[in-house]
Design a protein around this ligand. Structure first.
Ligand SMILES: Cc1cc2nc3c(=O)[nH]c(=O)nc-3n(C[C@H](O)[C@H](O)[C@H](O)COP(=O)(O)OP(=O)(O)OC[C@H]3O[C@@H](n4cnc5c(N)ncnc54)[C@H](O)[C@@H]3O)c2cc1C
Length: 321
């Protein structure tokens, strides 16, 4: 005779990083019955799918990623679902969408109902009883985890691993170009056709009309300006004030004179766009039960981060009890 069926305790997975990779991994693991806890050092989920709201004007700027496009079936299905539910809408060109009401919406959707802890910086991982414990900068974290998933940009993951005396071969191969971003409010509309201006040369890679995105206020005139990777590399360690002045001058040059700027704030993305990938959809060490996912695995796109998160979740689902 057998005893009463025992309730299986779900495996506990800690996910470091609440960007697209962390969110897609978390959703897949949750749907497979795992218990997930997501930690992010930022004030809100999204990572480089970011949005900053100006308290005074109420204007919001997507100062990181702007557009999404699907190349493969998994992300195509995801975009179709989000479009049907009003979380993304067509933008800039056929086949491209942006998020509604701001770029954090898709990540928030994937993380809805899950244990997500923001303003929590993971500073070290420690092996404990065939699993893991996390050290956080802000507060203690006593939980035991069976597996840990890192979804930070490669160099940040590498630093966290080094601080923990750990290694995950392959992470070091991911390299990134930086991007200086300028959040700009003007007293009048800047005269260019369409939603986005992409100059052929100069420091500005693209200038996005925030009011042209679905669900955003159209006045006052708000823009996000992205500097080119080369310019951002040259000015990587400049102060935000110096970058602000230089990019305002570059924008003025594009329009042949002063642009009546009311407000401008510079933000540096030290790890913006992947230049070299790890060369695998994800990295996973089944002995340590430690994995890495993110755009650093598959390329400089939101879709790459999404698919990498799914790939790592599938490795864990196959490996964990
Ligand atoms: C300016 C800019 C423009 C871009 N434009 C586009 C675009 O138009 N289209 C496109 O497809 N892609 C674009 N990208 C790239 C796209 O944003 C990324 O490929 C994608 O968002 C990466 O997702 P991720 O989850 O891999 O990493 P991230 O989004 O970087 O997520 C990593 C998360 O880890 C957190 N974190 C880091 N260290 C710690 C720690 N120690 N403890 C806890 N949390 C930590 C971070 O706060 C972050 O939230 C752009 C990127 C930038 C910066």
């Amino acid at each position: 005779m057998t005893g009463p069926a025992q309730m299986a305790i779900p495996a506990q997975v800690a996910i470091v990083g609440a960007g697209m990779a962390g969110a897609s991994a978390a959703r897949r693991l949750h749907e497979a019955g795992f218990s997930v806890a997501v930690f992010d050092k930022g004030r809100q989920p999204g990572g480089r799918m970011a949005n900053r709201r100006d308290r005074e004007s109420g204007l919001s700027f997507d100062h990181g990623a702007q557009v999404m496009r699907a190349h493969g079936p998994a992300f195509r299905a995801r975009l179709a679902d989000w479009e049907a539910r009003g979380l993304v809408a067509p933008y800039e060109a056929p086949g491209r969408v942006t998020a509604v009401p701001d770029m954090t919406a898709p990540v928030r959707d994937l993380l809805a109902g899950l244990d997500v802890q923001v303003a929590r910086t993971v500073t070290a991982l420690a092996r404990a009883d065939r699993g893991w414990r996390l050290t956080l900068a802000e507060a203690g974290e006593d939980r035991h985890f069976d597996a840990v998933v890192l979804t930070l940009p490669g160099p940040q993951a590498l630093r966290l691993l080094a601080a923990s005396g750990l290694a995950l071969p392959g992470v070091a191969r991911a390299t990134y170009a930086p991007c200086w971003s300028l959040m700009l409010t003007c007293g009048r509309d800047l005269p260019f056709a369409g939603d986005v201006l992409r100059p052929a040369d100069g420091p500005v890679a693209a200038l996005f009309r925030e009011g042209a995105k679905p669900g955003r206020p159209t006045a006052p005139a708000a823009y996000t300006v992205h500097a080119t990777p080369d310019w951002s590399k040259t000015h990587l360690e400049d102060t935000p004030e110096a970058v602000r002045a230089a990019l305002l001058a570059a924008v003025a040059d594009l329009f042949g004179g002063p642009i009546a700027s009311l407000q401008a704030r510079a933000h540096r993305w030290r790890y913006a766009l992947v230049e070299e990938t790890c060369g695998a959809p994800c990295l996973y060490d089944p002995v340590q039960r430690l994995g890495y996912a993110g755009d650093g695995c598959l390329g400089p796109r939101i879709e790459a981060a999404h698919d990498s998160g799914l790939a790592l979740a599938d490795r864990l689902i196959a490996d964990l009890p």
